[in-house]
Design a protein around this ligand. Structure first.
Ligand SMILES: [Zn+2]
Ligand SMILES: [Zn+2]
Length: 297
């Protein structure tokens, strides 16, 4: 394997992560975050003396040494004193949310929706290898997989955890619609992937972040469902997109209610028809993934 990925890491990242390996330095970050919280002010600046008094160190020279290790990465130095940087803020929130603790526990719960593979209404939300999955109990197909941070389980019942994934999955997709990575907010590029399985073709939109390499796959029907005309149509027929967990729509996408007619894979060109309660809406998607309603659909 090429070693270019290793070269990408760089000394700066190693130095920054090393700087965190000290209880005193984490205390400094937490002291700044606690004061921000108390003062209800993001980026609250503490003077050297205030910060020194808030941290349990024996001498100012020892304190100055620890603080210096953080400055530039996690703490910004200003003429008035010190404040958390974006990276410092992220570290404090990661520790507070339990990112570095053991993974969450979650008991499987039944969820609404039908399986797009076997058409059985037998879906379950479950925890599998530290990830949230929605799978079909009848045919054992996995329909959806997402990361499962500990904080998402905290203070929620299994049903509430599942509901929170319903919203979170939409929020990630809403961001990628604008070319924004939901993880690092870097630029994400979207393209259409064609899949051929058991003689059936289906399509997904894949968004890939240029910065952190986060990859998000969604059925191609998802950007169509979010077009204002389609969203309004779905809402009128009792399927408001952002309030209906995505997995509930998978069975719909695979049914005769939703048809996808791909005229060309490259450049991509497709027509969609959604029929609900006897009413049909037609939309088109072009190679830029722009969706347009079609008159007289
Ligand atoms: Zn199934
Ligand atoms: Zn990213």
């Amino acid at each position: 394997m090429e070693s270019s990925d290793d070269a990408d890491i760089g000394r700066a990242a190693i130095d920054a992560i090393e700087a965190l390996g000290s209880e005193r330095r984490l205390e400094i970050l937490f002291a700044l975050a606690d004061r921000e919280w108390e003062e209800r002010t993001n980026g609250y600046v503490m003077s050297f003396t205030e910060l020194y008094e808030a941290v349990d160190v024996d001498s100012t020279s020892q304190f100055a040494y620890h603080l210096k290790r953080l400055v530039g990465w996690f703490v910004a130095e200003t003429p008035e004193g010190y404040r958390l940087t974006y990276a410092g803020d992220k570290i404090v929130r990661a520790v507070r949310s339990g990112l570095y603790e053991s993974p969450p526990a979650f008991d499987a719960v039944a969820v609404d929706g039908t399986c797009p593979v076997c058409r059985e209404a037998d879906l379950v939300a479950d925890l599998h290898e530290e990830r949230f999955v929605v799978r079909c109990s009848a045919c054992e197909s996995t329909l959806l997989v997402d990361s499962f941070p500990r904080s998402q389980a905290a203070g929620r019942s299994p049903a509430e955890i599942t509901e929170s994934f319903g919203y979170r999955i939409w929020s990630a997709f809403v961001a990628t619609r604008g070319g924004v990575c939901p993880e690092c907010y870097g630029r994400a590029d979207a393209s259409v992937d064609a899949h051929d399985r058991d003689g059936v073709s289906f399509y997904t939109v894949v968004s890939t972040c240029r910065e952190c390499r986060m990859v998000i796959h969604v059925p191609i029907e998802v950007p169509v469902a979010l077009h204002p005309t389609a969203a309004d149509f779905l809402r009128r027929h009792g399927l408001p997109p952002l309030e209906t967990p995505l997995w509930e729509l998978f069975g719909r996408f695979a049914s005769d209610d939703w048809t996808v007619d791909v005229a060309s894979r490259s450049p991509f060109e497709a027509r969609f028809e959604i029929t609900l309660d006897g009413e049909t809406l037609a939309l088109e998607m072009d190679d830029s993934l722009a969706v347009t309603p079609v008159d007289g659909g």
